[in-house]
Design a protein. Structure first.
Length: 250
């Protein structure tokens, strides 16, 4: 067997939204939660849940993208939320705990996700062969709530560790998030492989940490960055087990 451990990205690798409107559904729920919290603190919000969820969700995403491209260190999500609310809503009580409010906006997205049909059988083969498995994911929300909700999915029993960027303080492609996963599984870089759909985050990040990078390209898209060279390219998870078990060469 070529690898003792395999790390996986989540979105568009293991699962994806069932509905193209999935992201907006999350934003809408977050917007409603935020309005209710602000109302409880005597802050009147004239905007509807769709609007508030959109400005918060897109504002957080934009701030994270800036850090993703420059430092790969997650931003201060609570501080960003505070600035967004102050801009769109107005003055708010100074004693609010914005990190706590941000965490309370968490929405369980697992029921909105579709697990690709090739995933569970392949994970079972890897698990049966005693390959250690970990999630390594860039997320704007994590913590105990995410771990609990992920634990209720069919994916959960296969994984020995879950490493989420907003919890560990590093985003892919920062090599440290991969090193954290290695330490949690007790493996060295040459014993691990990373599977993900993003060339910048998953492939470059893994290779910078000395890990084999397996690019999953489910749609057969051309590599738009020819200078980024994954160690392997696969179209589905059936090919993954062949690589991990050593039936294919580099």
């Amino acid at each position: 067997m070529r690898y003792k451990a395999v790390f996986f990205d989540l979105d568009k690798t293991l699962w994806t939204f069932k509905d193209v409107d999935g992201r907006r559904q999350i934003y809408r729920k977050q917007g409603q939660k935020l309005i209710e919290i602000l109302n409880k603190h005597g802050v009147e919000v004239k905007w509807d849940a769709n609007f508030m969820g959109s400005v918060v969700g897109n504002g957080i995403w934009a701030a994270e993208r800036t850090e993703y491209y420059s430092t790969a260190i997650p931003p201060d999500y609570g501080a960003i939320l505070k600035r967004i609310v102050e801009f769109w809503v107005g003055d708010v009580p100074i004693d609010l705990d914005w990190n706590e409010i941000y965490a309370s906006l968490y929405v369980d997205e697992a029921p909105m996700k579709f697990i690709y049909p090739d995933v569970l059988p392949s994970l079972q083969k890897l698990k049966d062969a005693d390959v250690k498995l970990a999630i390594v994911s860039n997320r704007t929300m994590g913590g105990e709530a995410f771990i609990k909700d992920f634990g209720s999915t069919p994916l959960a029993p296969f994984f020995d560790a879950i490493v989420v960027s907003c919890d560990v303080g590093f985003m892919k492609p920062h090599p440290e998030i991969f090193r954290i996963a290695m330490r949690r599984l007790g493996v060295e870089a040459d014993e691990a492989a990373m599977v993900g759909d993003l060339l910048r985050a998953d492939v470059i990040g893994a290779q910078n940490a000395g890990i084999t990078a397996i690019w999953i390209n489910r749609d057969g898209q051309p590599n738009e960055y020819p200078s980024v060279k994954p160690n392997f390219e696969i179209g589905d998870f059936h090919e993954l087990t062949e690589i991990v078990f050593g039936d294919e060469g580099l």
